[in-house]
Design a protein around this ligand. Structure first.
Ligand SMILES: Cc1cc2nc3c(=O)[nH]c(=O)nc-3n(C[C@H](O)[C@H](O)[C@H](O)COP(=O)(O)O)c2cc1C
Length: 239
């Protein structure tokens, strides 16, 4: 049997130690720790490398107060020294496609296929038309095509939401693990009012809060129970 390397063992320990913490000590999170964890989170994999996320650190006390209310006064955000909103954007793809193409160009390695991919295919996938009608049409056409050959189907507005939330959640997961590696804890939350959250954060169209994340050092009663894992055979299988 292969034993884990020291690095692997450290990683597995961090994954084991990461728990949702619902009450925090008032100890501050040093800004350099937050920055390092953000640096790691921003390196998460994302669909077509479009990095659709935005981490909004809620510093203003009045904004914090409103955010706590939006999170239904949960104890995690109430006690945490740091609260972030992790936002996902469907509207930044144009800017990010351009950036990727410009970067490849600057590096002198821009290929025609990449030009096609980020210059033509991505805008086509993200195009929704008025009231999302084009998206629904694209989706229907792709479903029919899929009867005859493999076909991409993330084409409607709802699909784009899934796509951007997926990538953003990966960045959030990386962030939480990085925080644990630095000795800090977190509480991810989708228990919040999404409409009020969008208003508070002044989000543009096509943006949603993926989750709020409370961060700090765990208080004595911050961990509510021992980990509960459903049986492995329900969640892992071979085919
Ligand atoms: C997307 C998401 C949303 C969550 N929302 C909340 C929440 O609103 N409030 C809360 O107390 N915990 C929330 N949690 C934490 C889960 O309840 C927790 O991850 C789960 O019980 C497993 O426990 P563990 O994280 O300690 O392993 C959320 C977790 C995720 C991933």
């Amino acid at each position: 049997m292969t034993e884990p390397t020291e690095t692997a063992a450290t990683f597995h320990r961090i994954a084991e130690e990461r728990r949702t913490i619902r009450a925090f000590l008032p100890d501050p999170v040093p800004p350099e720790v937050l920055d390092r964890c953000l640096d790691s989170a921003l390196r998460a994999a994302s669909s077509s490398n479009l990095q659709p996320w935005e981490f909004v650190i809620l510093k203003d006390p009045e904004v914090r107060k409103q955010a706590n209310a939006i999170c239904f006064e949960q104890r995690g955000p109430q006690t945490a020294p740091v609260l972030l909103a992790i936002v996902t954007h469907r509207g930044t793809q144009k800017r990010h496609c351009r950036f990727i193409l410009d970067t490849l160009q600057e590096r002198g390695i821009l290929r025609k296929s990449q030009q096609q991919y980020w210059g033509k295919l991505m805008p086509l996938i993200y195009a929704q038309g008025p009231c999302g009608i084009l998206g629904i049409f694209k989706k229907a056409a792709s479903r029919v095509t899929s009867l005859f050959r493999p076909m991409h189907n993330m084409l409607s507005r709802a699909d784009l939401r899934v796509m951007t939330h997926k990538s953003t959640a990966l960045a959030a997961a990386t962030f939480m693990l990085a925080l644990r590696a630095e000795g800090f804890d977190s509480c991810p939350m989708e228990g919040f009012d999404p409409w009020r959250a969008r208003k508070l954060l002044k989000l543009p169209r096509g943006a949603d809060v993926c989750m709020f994340l409370a961060i700090g050092k765990r208080a004595e009663k911050g961990l509510w129970w021992e980990r509960i894992l459903v049986p492995r055979e329900w969640t892992v299988r071979e085919l």
